[in-house]
Write a protein that binds this ligand. Structure first.
Ligand SMILES: [Zn+2]
Length: 147
């Protein structure tokens, strides 16, 4: 999925950040905390082209960053969709969801080579904690190497 990495690289170079909140701000995407089903998140684009990411207010900071990065992936990669839900049980079933997960992994771990840490013998959970990303992000980043 080099094309997704290329898009992420271009985005980070243009805006000089991989901070998901700063990127949403630069792109005019509003983030709204709300009570959502399944403690998930939701991307939506209205008829005027305004874009919103709704995120459950009870999720922790690390999961929030992951979900926002995922929804940002929909905003950038999928200009033709108007609504997308984040649901952990569904995220691997659909091409768009996989692409959004890859986008999130490439964005959140842009400068990180997880193989360096794996070779040092770090566990997945220890690595996730030190990098402040969810374990699923590291797993996706690792899978991306072999796509
Ligand atoms: Zn999604």
């Amino acid at each position: 999925m080099n094309w997704i990495r290329d898009i992420v690289t271009g985005l980070i170079e243009f805006y000089e950040t991989n901070n998901v909140l700063d990127l949403c701000d630069c792109l005019g995407i509003s983030i709204i905390k709300s009570e959502l089903k399944n403690k998930g998140s939701l991307f939506c684009r209205n008829q005027l082209g305004d874009e919103f990411i709704f995120i459950d207010s009870s999720v922790n900071e690390i999961d929030r960053r992951t979900m926002i990065a995922h929804e940002l992936g929909h905003a950038i990669l999928h200009p033709d969709i108007n609504i997308a839900f984040y649901d952990n049980s569904l995220v691997t079933r659909c091409k768009w969801e996989r692409q959004a997960n890859i986008f999130a992994a490439e964005l959140l771990m842009f400068d990180v080579n997880e193989l360096d840490y794996i070779h040092e013998g770090q566990t997945l959970s220890a690595l996730a904690e030190s990098l402040e990303v969810s374990e699923s992000v590291i797993e996706y980043k690792h899978k991306c190497r072999f796509l």
